[in-house]
Design a protein around this ligand. Structure first.
Ligand SMILES: [Zn+2]
Length: 176
């Protein structure tokens, strides 16, 4: 398994942490062939990190990467993750290539690898950003328990949260 992904799952909202780990293991160990591996490139994105991202293409150079300001993304509440697929092209056990190709079937089992991940994650209740009409976000999945970012933000702003210390840092999670 991908240790970086396991670490990133630890920074997701406690309400989804265990199920995300289970889903991750299932996709990786059962659905994917041994030459490919699922990676979560992002899970929790703090409000500060979101603001930094929002600035790209606006007050900082570059092309816009998000329409969400701090507090406007499920990532800010630990309720979203983004995927990539890592590939070991020469079979040496090192997954040297990251792919966002949604149609390739690198484990050659007859179904595009991205589709395998999407189908399973949707089945276990995750909303897929690839189905967003205005701004499709193919790597993105979120589970918000019926909340919009506005209702999550409202809870956050009135302090309807609980704290958890992870590696010496305090994180505030919205009560769902
Ligand atoms: Zn995302």
């Amino acid at each position: 398994m991908d240790n970086l992904t396991l670490t990133r799952i630890n920074y997701m909202h406690p309400a989804v942490r265990q199920e995300v780990l289970t889903a991750y293991k299932h996709i990786n160990n059962t659905l994917f062939g041994k030459n490919i591996r699922l990676r979560f490139t992002h899970t929790l994105r703090t409000f500060n990190e979101q603001d930094t991202l929002y600035a790209i293409g606006r007050t900082k150079p570059g092309k816009k990467v998000t329409n969400a300001r701090a507090g406007q993304s499920a990532h800010n509440y630990g309720l979203a993750f983004d995927i990539a697929i890592l590939i070991d092209k020469n079979g040496d056990g090192i997954f040297e290539t990251a792919s966002w190709n949604t149609t390739s079937d690198d484990d050659k089992d007859g179904t595009p690898d991205w589709t395998e991940a999407v189908n399973y994650l949707k089945k276990v209740g995750w909303a897929w950003g690839g189905e967003w009409r205005s701004f499709p976000d193919y790597p993105h999945f979120e589970k918000t328990f019926g909340h919009s970012w506005k209702s999550l933000q409202a809870k956050y702003n009135v302090g309807d949260v609980f704290s958890e210390v992870i590696n010496g840092m305090t994180y505030k999670w919205v009560n769902l």
